[in-house]
Design a protein around this ligand. Structure first.
Ligand SMILES: Cc1ncc(COP(=O)(O)O)c(C=O)c1O
Length: 394
């Protein structure tokens, strides 16, 4: 049997391309700002995670190019061997100090952090207790771990407690949750999770990918916003959103970070974050810390859109953040709606099965502080017109 047979027989993407509603891998010809250029056309970008608008900040770009001039284009090795630069260590110390954690460890992607941390920490006599809507990288890390994974209903503290009650005292328990859920824009009940973790002797990691930079004092994230930063055992975040770069990190107790540093396979067996990324992220950290104006504008933009989208009749689920889904339902209807929005001049993200439950397809929109009121009003107008035409709203 030819291994490639399934690939040659798989036609979904071809059909979608033929009918002109293939929504993925669209090349963008400009910076990741609030307006982008695609095929020479202007699109309002409602599909980016550039939550602090820093990808094109002159100081971030300067820091990145200075680092290339000093250190070159890459490290040609893993952190473990020849790939640790002084700027990696300085970034880790700055992140740990910012969060009030004993130590931090920088990986080359956020995906690697979840994959590496969960699989390194969870042995066969431990369990992972994971929110059902957690990000794919948490799911992957859990699959690689030796211990079992038990999933609780999204943000449901009763279900979490029911599970915790059943796990024997002798089993190590690791509760993992997204801070802001990446598709739904819902906010984790970190306070509730921490309370239960204390009651049942569990450890907690919050994935702050979509909350770092945006919430909490100096952008420390959602655990901080809920007064739980110190009570959260491990803090994980990515640099690929508010930091406007790439990479990720975990922060927590020194000995735990040392364990992860020596056991997490993506740390040991993959090349380290390149100098330009490290330096860009380090500069972004300063801008995030002093970014109250950007945070205020982002929250105002998200509030404006949540209100506007609901007023024109979209079902936005339980979004309470800068991520606002538009519930569509059927996959085909969703990609057709995506395409029509795109043609009209709005770039969004289509989430269809298996990324969503069957008939749970949605258009994910997300916002930046660099969106002006005029851009958002224009987007609302287009969303209303196209939404009506495609019967997503009445
Ligand atoms: C919640 C969450 N965790 C982790 C990641 C992975 O981050 P990265 O893009 O740095 O690999 C993402 C990225 O989409 C995410 O949304």
């Amino acid at each position: 049997m030819d291994l490639f047979r399934k690939c040659f027989q798989w036609k979904d993407w071809k059909t979608a391309q033929q009918f002109g509603y293939y929504p993925y891998f669209t090349p963008i010809e400009s910076e990741a700002g609030p307006i982008v250029e695609i095929n020479g056309e202007r699109k309002i970008m409602l599909g980016s995670n550039n939550y602090m608008g820093l990808t094109n900040h002159p100081e971030v770009k300067q820091a990145a190019s200075d680092a290339v001039l000093k250190y070159g284009s890459g490290c040609t090795g893993s952190r473990f061997l020849n790939g640790t630069l002084d700027i990696h260590v300085e970034l880790e110390e700055s992140l740990a100090a910012w969060l009030g954690k004993e130590a931090a460890l920088v990986f080359s992607t956020g995906f690697f952090v979840n994959q590496g941390v969960i699989s390194a920490l969870v042995s066969s006599d431990d369990v992972i207790i994971s929110d059902r809507l957690n990000h794919a990288s948490i799911v992957e890390g859990s699959k690689l771990a030796a211990g079992e994974t038990i999933r609780y209903k999204h943000n449901d503290m009763e279900d979490l407690e029911r599970i915790l009650q059943k796990v024997p005292d002798t089993t190590g328990k690791f509760i993992v949750t997204d801070g802001i859920f990446s598709g739904e824009g819902t906010v984790a009940n970190v306070r509730g999770i921490v309370e239960l973790a204390k009651k049942y002797g569990a450890r907690v990691m919050v994935d702050e990918a979509h909350s770092v930079g945006v919430y909490g004092s100096e952008g420390r994230g959602i655990a901080d916003e809920q007064g739980q930063l110190d009570a959260t055992d491990l803090y994980m975040a990515t640099f690929s959103k508010s930091f406007g770069g790439v990479g990720g990190f975990v922060a927590g107790p020194y000995e735990v970070i040392m364990w992860i540093k020596h056991k997490a396979r993506p740390m040991i067996f993959s090349a380290s974050l390149p100098p330009a990324s490290v330096a860009g992220v380090r500069k972004a950290l300063d801008l995030i810390r002093e970014g109250d104006d950007r945070r205020a504008k982002l929250i105002a933009n998200a509030d404006r859109m949540r209100t506007g989208l609901q007023e024109i009749g979209f079902d936005i689920g339980n979004s309470a953040s800068q991520i606002i889904p538009l519930q569509v339902g059927e996959d085909l209807k969703c990609v057709k709606f995506w395409r029509a929005l795109f043609k009209a001049g709005v770039f969004t993200n289509a989430f269809i099965h298996p990324a969503t439950p069957p008939n749970g397809a949605l258009i994910r929109t997300s916002y930046m502080p660099t969106h002006t009121d005029e851009m958002l009003d224009e987007a609302l107008d287009l969303l209303q017109r196209v939404g009506k035409k495609h019967k997503v709203i009445r």
